[in-house]
Design a protein around this ligand. Structure first.
Ligand SMILES: C[S@@+](CC[C@H](N)C(=O)[O-])C[C@H]1O[C@@H](n2cnc3c(N)ncnc32)[C@H](O)[C@@H]1O
Length: 219
């Protein structure tokens, strides 16, 4: 039995232990991509990620953790930056690679577990998390924060865009500022530079859901 999940890893999860979200739904993340676009799959990059890019927030090697079908990764790649998008959902990665081919964009997508990023054996100057952090429960967050730290260069920057608990019509898994500060702090190797109120666009909100855009520096 796994300490992390209390269940044996099974084949539907590619040999991984299912995450708390997968245990809750009973389905691997990959299933979200089987019957048309998932609720978060808006077919364009998140405006918050585009703004980060336009103010020069991405530089050097970039990692997009939990890239889904790759719109944010492809946007960063279109700026001539070197970017790797990783996800556990092979179907999402196949869609992302097809988009890259169709658009003639050079970019790298790989299957990898964001809870074990050290296995990549690579370091990144900037990391984007668009909608992944908020899917993890408390125990997983500790592991995820350490996993992110293992691949982020000293002084590198992590951007976390997550649903916030502030405002009406919040998305699933809303996160408070306190939860972000409890996860990312000097003890875990991070310094939060800013937490700004933003919006996370979805297919079922007219103007997105309340979100935090956290800018976090690796110590
Ligand atoms: C809410 S979706 C966001 C996808 C994408 N960032 C976007 O903005 O469209 C979360 C993504 O994280 C992926 N994911 C969940 N757990 C993961 C893990 N442990 N490692 C890597 N990716 C994971 C899911 O497969 C899914 O594609």
């Amino acid at each position: 039995m796994s300490e992390r999940s209390g269940t044996l890893a099974d084949d539907r999860f590619g040999g991984r232990h299912p995450t708390s979200h997968e245990r809750l739904t009973g389905l691997p993340w990959d299933a979200s991509y089987h019957d048309g676009p998932a609720p978060w799959d808006i077919g364009r990059p998140q405006p918050a990620a585009v703004r980060v890019a336009s103010r020069g927030g991405f530089a050097g090697a970039v990692l997009d953790a939990g890239c889904g079908t790759g719109e944010n990764t492809l946007h960063v790649a279109s700026l001539e930056l070197s970017v790797l998008g990783v996800d556990v959902a092979e179907t999402a990665l196949a869609i992302a690679r097809q988009k890259a081919d169709d658009r003639g964009i050079e970019v790298e997508f790989a299957a990898a577990d964001a809870l074990q990023l050290e296995r990549l054996g690579r370091k990144f100057q900037a990391v984007l998390d668009c909608g992944l952090f908020h899917t993890f429960d408390g125990d997983e967050r500790r592991g995820y924060v350490a996993s992110l730290a293992s691949v982020t260069e000293r002084d590198g920057t992590l951007y976390v865009l997550c649903f916030s608990d502030d405002g009406p019509d919040t998305g699933p898994h809303p996160v408070s500022q306190e939860e972000l500060r409890a996860a990312f702090n000097a003890r875990s190797g991070w310094d939060i530079a800013a937490i700004e109120a933003d919006r996370l666009q979805t297919r079922y909100h007219d103007d997105g859901a309340p979100a935090w855009l956290a800018t976090i520096r690796r110590l």
